[in-house]
Design a protein around this ligand. Structure first.
Ligand SMILES: [Fe+2]
Ligand SMILES: [Fe+2]
Length: 292
């Protein structure tokens, strides 16, 4: 149910998370699920950096003042998401003896190289690549809105999950719900058609979960308290956590697809803006940043 809360002006919210007491297995008794969700800390910053980079390049071509304002708010929020997950990586994972630096350095190198390659293209080609990327971001953002809505509604308290990490994922999920229409509006402004948008949604809904499973596998291998396991065993363990309701059900992907292909698809129908804003008003990290 989506309550009407009127037009929302997007703005990044300062947050201050304190992970100093967060255990590595932050969902008690669920080490694999803990790592599967923690994997977001490693995956998301790079993607969000890419979103900001593409929006920055698209912004000069947008004449619609309202859309420009939405884009600037979106960029500010995504930049802060990336920064917060990055901090979680260093302050939380590294404190527990997991060092992602070699992987992150390599991936960042590849990212910088891709951007540098983009800059060597003639302007009309570069523009076409950026427009493709905007369609890709719209597909991914539908996925992140679906996931964000799940994070907001997941009863982490009933699982006795660590409050700081719960807040990190819920705060992010809430802002994903809040800004869920922006990338769609931008892609449509640049003329992206539905088949391409749906293809990108499908790509992200396969790529992101499997990327997370791969990262969870890597995290488990780095975790000195856990037995070594192969990717198939990790997948089975993740499936077990899905069945127990600790991780989101697979059918969420199908449901997201079903809503996305509808002719009358409206991003605002995913999640609840009032609920998201309600959470953001009481997020402990936002309150802490406000008080300091
Ligand atoms: Fe985000
Ligand atoms: Fe987003």
């Amino acid at each position: 149910m989506n309550e009407h809360v009127g037009a929302v002006v997007l703005r990044p919210r300062e947050v201050h998370f304190d992970f100093s007491r967060s255990p590595l297995h932050w969902i008690p008794g669920e080490p694999v699920a803990s790592h599967a969700i923690s994997g977001l800390n490693l995956i998301l910053p790079l993607g969000e950096r890419g979103f900001v980079e593409m929006f920055r390049r698209a912004l000069p071509y947008v004449e619609d003042a309202e859309l420009r304002e939405q884009m600037v708010g979106f960029m500010g929020q995504e930049a802060l998401h990336a920064e917060s997950h990055n901090r979680a990586t260093w302050e939380f994972l590294q404190r527990h003896g997991i060092d992602p630096e070699p992987i992150l350095t390599e991936v960042e190198y590849l990212f910088d190289r891709a951007i540098a390659r983009l800059d060597t293209l003639p302007e009309h080609l570069r523009h076409r690549v950026v427009v493709q990327m905007l369609a890709g971001i719209a597909g991914i953002e539908h996925f992140t809105a679906v996931a964000g809505d799940w994070l907001l509604n997941q009863d982490f308290e009933a699982m006795d999950a660590d409050p700081a990490l719960t807040d990190l994922f819920r705060w992010h999920g809430a802002e994903e719900v809040e800004h869920r229409s922006v990338a769609w509006n931008v892609a449509r402004y640049f003329g992206a058609r539905r088949p391409r948008l749906v293809t990108f949604y499908l790509g992200s809904s396969v790529g992101l979960p499997f990327g997370l499973i791969a990262v969870a596998w890597w995290l488990i291998r780095q975790d000195p308290t856990m037995p070594k396991m192969g990717p198939v065993k990790v997948f089975r363990e993740i499936n077990g956590a899905v069945r127990r309701g600790t991780l989101p059900p697979w059918r969420l992907i199908g449901r997201g697809f079903a809503s996305f292909v509808r002719a009358d698809y409206d991003p605002a129908d995913t999640g609840d803006t009032a609920q998201a804003l309600g959470y953001l008003a009481k997020s402990p990290a936002a309150k802490r940043a406000h008080a300091s």
